[in-house]
Design a protein around this ligand. Structure first.
Ligand code: BDR
Ligand code: CA
Length: 319
């Protein structure tokens, strides 16, 4: 199975991605870094500790940096709820986290398993950028990097042209993309163009709710309560009764290589723009004359993916 280091800002869709990875026989969660983003880092860490304890995941979970590299922190409790998991009320964790920093966990796990570990970033890039300061060889030590982030065609979900995971810490994202341009395999970037095609419906919601009744698994109840909040947020935001579920698609593609294609592209992060800071600019026509530095997810098959996700959750949480 594929060993993954998951760096996330749990978060409703992060929680679904973690549950999917815990349930998928082809994935091994080798470590988790809690990164501030959807909610502050302490709340993210608590969510990660509790969820993984309930899921039976026995991997080190390290708390990341308190704040982004340069700009002030921002949080999305309107989207994810005050604690990050919508209406869900979590028990207290009985486990404590790993004593290392998030950056150090990236470095240690990558050095322990050179060429094996797959990095999966489902939140801002702060801790991976800090890890690169400790170990500049990370792009060569990791087997591959998969990232949920960016809006290549300039329709953001945070600023008019910026996507959340990049907008929270643009300098970190820029450093990571630059450093990984020398990796043997280009990072895979799941931008909003790909992830917004995954739209949960009432039918999807009902399958998740049925999981709670069917399995009695405490995580099923947490996901249902979290998702209800996520639907309410999307409705209030003008999208109707649906939810854009971003992170699980990128997680599933990292594990299976399925449900989407990829295409090479040169992408960079705008840091200076007064209107467009945090935008991921894709050089579609090769104007820069730079080699592509990422593989962008494309041609998503959302229905197949949603069916796979639900089936994996159903079998994983029934065990
Ligand atoms: C990303 O932002 C977060 O709110 C989600 O968890 C996802 O990682 C989508 O822009
Ligand atoms: Ca996330």
């Amino acid at each position: 199975s594929i060993p993954l280091l998951v760096d996330c800002d749990t978060g409703i869709d992060d929680a679904i991605a973690l549950t999917y990875l815990a349930a998928h026989p082809g994935a091994e969660i080798a470590g988790i870094v809690s990164t501030g983003g959807n909610v502050e880092v302490g709340a993210v860490h608590r969510n990660n500790l509790v969820l993984n304890e309930l899921l039976g995941v026995d991997a080190p979970i390290a708390r990341g940096a308190e704040r982004p590299l340069v700009q002030e922190p921002m949080y999305a409790d309107d989207t994810h709820g005050p604690g990050g998991l919508g209406h869900a009320v979590l028990p207290d964790p009985t486990r404590t986290g790993d004593a290392r920093t998030g950056a150090q966990l990236w470095v240690d796990l990558a050095r322990q398993r050179p060429g094996e570990l797959v990095g999966l970033v489902l939140g801002p890039h702060t801790n991976l950028a800090l890890a690169l300061e400790i170990e500049p060889e990370l792009p060569r030590l990791l087997r591959r990097l998969h990232v949920m982030g960016g809006a290549i065609h300039h329709r953001g979900n945070t600023g008019p042209t910026s996507e959340w995971n990049i907008a929270v810490d643009p300098e970190a994202a820029q450093r990571v993309l630059t450093a990984f341009s020398t990796a043997a395999r280009r990072p895979v970037l799941g931008s909003l163009e790909a992830t917004e095609s995954v739209r949960f419906t009432q039918g999807t919601f009902d399958r998740v709710s049925a999981l709670e009744a069917g399995t009695g698994h405490p995580v099923a109840g947490i996901l249902a309560d979290a998702l209800r909040f996520y639907f309410e947020f999307h409705e209030a935001d003008g999208f109707g009764w649906t939810a854009h579920v971003h992170d699980p698609l990128v997680a599933a593609h990292a594990v299976t290589g399925d449900f989407a294609g990829t295409r090479p592209l040169a992408v960079d992060v705008e840091l200076a723009g007064t209107l467009t800071r945090g935008q991921t600019v894709g050089d579609e026509l090769g104007r820069w004359g730079r080699a592509p530095n990422v593989e962008v997810l494309t041609d998503v098959r959302p229905q197949e993916f949603i069916e796979h996700l639900l089936a994996t959750l159903e079998s994983g949480l029934s065990r």
